[in-house]
Design a protein around this ligand. Sequence first.
Ligand code: MN
Length: 258
Amino acid sequence: MKTEEPHAHPARLSRRELLLATASAAALGAAALARAADSPTPAAAAGAAAAAPSPKAPTGPFSLPALPYADNALDPVISSNTLGFHHGKHHQAYVDNLNKAVAGTPYAEMPLEAIIAATYGVPDRTAIYNNAAQHWNHSFYWRSLKAQGGGEPPAALKQRIEAVFGSVDACRKELLSAATTQFGSGWAWLVQEGDRLAVIKTGNADAPLRGGQRPLLTIDVWEHAYYLDYQNRRVDYVSGVLGKLIDWGFAAGNLGPA
Ligand code: MN
């Protein structure tokens, strides 16, 4: 679906945001996000060419990253309608609310992952934490998918999967189970813990950025990720993602030293 709505031309990560992200040496996953943002796809290049910032663009340190594919690239598993709302409205709102929440605070000068770490579990910082974590999670989720995804992982990742789950199919089943048994809103993840891989689920905005876990890929199981296409059939959405969209190459690129 082509549209002239502002959300069809999201700004790429700002240079400042990239610098902030890459400055955090301890930050898990930041390098992957930065690498992704450094490699503009045709969709990102088109967005950059549109250059002029939207009059509604928020002022603040954080900006909505362009999708790494066209908004109809994941159709029919994820329709352009769903992707347009999810990226252009939901993710944009997390970015806008984060910018508002950090304005005039020391968090405005901190890398995204440092904000997430500093506000986790702090009662009067819940709004900052939730919006920061959701900005991180969604940026990671877009990269966890691709058109003509699915299939078999690259050899290095496949061996690590087989060592733990027995087979790639068993790993897919674990991800499907985690995604469909997460009660309410949340995320299903493939993570690395030391030399072992694991499938986990998190509620609401939480991401596996603590406790020695390194996220490899994620699936958003908030209703807004699938309701327009599947209504309540979360299992059909997740099955479609695992079969046709999941980007095992992205997950392999996020593997760290054992
Ligand atoms: Mn979402």
